[in-house]
Design a protein around this ligand. Structure first.
Ligand SMILES: *[C@@H]1O[C@H](CO)[C@@H](O)[C@H](O)[C@H]1NC(C)=O
Ligand SMILES: *[C@@H]1O[C@H](CO)[C@@H](O)[C@H](O)[C@H]1NC(C)=O
Ligand SMILES: *[C@@H]1O[C@H](CO)[C@@H](O)[C@H](O)[C@H]1NC(C)=O
Length: 466
């Protein structure tokens, strides 16, 4: 026999073994289901007799609820309880904070925290990239050792398994697996100019529900009562109840109290602006693939560069000619005094396409174009685009939208600025002061405290001469 004949025979044998396995397991499953049904009726009889109730006999084994088995496997408990904050509001730096707040809530409620999708510099289920596209989930897990995190795909897997069990069992006219139980809550800050107090109340059906939730249909269909039973509530919080650490002690207790509920899935549409708990957890670390890009850029700039963050959105356009002169003067000074030759510009000005790098920055005028041109004609300006950052992603059409608007490059810019030897940002009128800039300054301040000798300052704002 030749080698290929042997191989063919072997493959044939494997095939029959597999076939036998599939057929036998199919029958076994059928039998199990049948015996399940029989036991159901049996236990009902037993229930009338108190004597048999106290004996364990074989009941436990055949009584096993397949949904409980799934849950134990998936959640480590007979019931799975999720907190799915599917919309978090605000751009990445603030959304990062809100995700941490809600992870603290998940811990208090003893619920699995779903790792909501990300994209366009936001955290929300409307985006198409998994959470770990932006964040390091392992480090997040270390920060919250008591919280079980699951990706949206894991969540879909659970929904699918549950649905399959439900179909199998409920076909026997035995409605043992109920519809999904869901509480949809809208957790928001009151509008600024209202004296209304914080309150929690029932809400009308579909209240403030985001349409992206429909992407989980048909597995989770909030419109179909056979699929899920949904309750709607709203929690509106007064600004002063979140602003201070002290006020958050009470607010977070209220939040935990009202959301301690039995529903399997807690869907939250959140827009809270401030932290929810007294303690503010450290920033969720970014994915290694972005960190590596930041390191590559640092290497290309010979490890010595001035990082500039210039967010042109909400600058006063007529002021921009003066702004750019002020920046040039400051750059010349720092370069001379500190002996730094390279400049890295992080900006919301469009670099890759005509779209701005911030989703909220829409009106780009000639003042903006002129300012950047003047700067670019005076110095060699490096950006994530000119230095070939995120090259792999740029080759793939899937990321076009992400990279041409605001998105992952904002995180890269942030990291490059954190690493910069000298960091400057614009004064009022020239640049929008943002949580993004503050986040960079905070990180740099920590590094300097930890004796990172490469950093020469925390943050300087350039000056304009009117
Ligand atoms: C029934 O089984 C449980 C768990 O195995 C055990 O703790 C309990 O003592 C048993 N009860 C009786 C009456 O045997
Ligand atoms: C729910 O299921 C019942 C029984 O199978 C069916 O009659 C009813 O039309 C279903 N309701 C919806 C909204 O699909
Ligand atoms: C600066 O000028 C160079 C050369 O003209 C150009 O390739 C680059 O895109 C400009 N950079 C910015 C930030 O506009």
């Amino acid at each position: 026999m030749s080698l290929s004949q042997i191989t063919r025979k072997f493959v044939l044998i494997c095939f029959f073994v597999l076939l036998w396995y599939i057929i036998s397991s199919f029958y076994f499953e059928q039998k199990e289901l049948l015996s399940d049904k029989n036991e159901e009726t049996l236990t009902e009889v037993h229930l009338t007799s108190p004597l048999t109730l106290s004996s364990n006999t074989t009941i436990t084994d055949d009584d096993r609820n397949p949904l409980e088995e799934l849950n134990k496997k998936y959640c480590g408990k007979p019931t799975c309880k999720f907190l799915f904050v599917y919309s978090l509001g605000e751009q990445e730096t603030k959304a990062n904070l809100h995700f941490r707040s809600f992870s603290q809530l998940a811990e208090k409620l003893n619920r699995i925290m779903i790792l909501t999708n990300v994209g366009s510099s936001r955290i929300g289920t409307c985006n198409k990239f998994p959470f770990d596209f932006y964040y390091n989930t392992n480090l997040l897990q270390k920060e919250f050792p008591n919280v079980l995190f699951k990706s949206e795909n894991d969540f879909i897997f659970w929904l699918k398994e549950r649905d399959q069990i439900k179909r199998k069992i409920n076909n026997n006219d035995n409605k043992v697996i109920p519809p999904l139980s869901i509480l949809h809550s809208s957790i928001k800050l009151h509008h600024k100019n209202t004296n209304m107090k914080t309150f929690y109340d029932n809400a009308v059906t579909n209240f403030d529900k985001h349409e992206c939730i429909s992407k989980f249909e048909p597995l989770m269909n909030t419109k179909d009562s056979n699929n899920s039973r949904v309750k709607y509530t709203k929690l509106f919080i007064r600004t002063t109840d979140l602003k201070t650490e002290k006020s958050r002690v009470k607010s977070s207790e209220l939040l935990t109290k009202v959301l301690t509920i039995d529903e399997e899935i807690l869907l939250v549409n959140g827009y809270v602006i401030f932290p929810l708990f007294p303690q503010i957890m450290p920033v969720i670390p970014y994915s290694d693939h972005i960190l590596n890009e930041a390191q590559k850029i640092k290497d290309k700039l010979s490890s010595s560069y001035i990082g500039i963050h210039w967010r042109l959105e909400r600058s006063t356009p007529e002021l921009l000619p003066k702004c750019v002169q002020g920046l040039i003067k400051t750059l010349n000074k720092v370069m001379k005094e500190e002996g730094i030759k390279n400049i890295y510009l992080a900006t919301d000005y469009p670099l890759l396409s005509s779209r701005s790098q911030s989703s909220t920055f829409k009106e780009i005028t000639n003042y903006h174009h002129d300012a950047i041109r003047t700067l670019n004609e005076t110095f060699k300006i490096n950006t994530w685009v000119s230095l070939g950052g995120l090259e792999q992603l740029r080759k793939n059409d899937k990321y076009n939208k992400e990279l041409s608007g605001s998105g992952i490059q904002g995180i890269l810019d942030k990291l490059v600025c954190v690493n910069s030897n000298y960091f400057i940002s614009g004064p009022k009128g020239c640049s929008r002061s943002s949580s993004f800039t503050r986040a960079i300054a905070d990180k740099r301040s920590n590094r300097i405290k930890n004796k990172d000798s490469g950093l020469l300052n925390i943050i300087d704002r350039w000056e304009i001469h009117l």
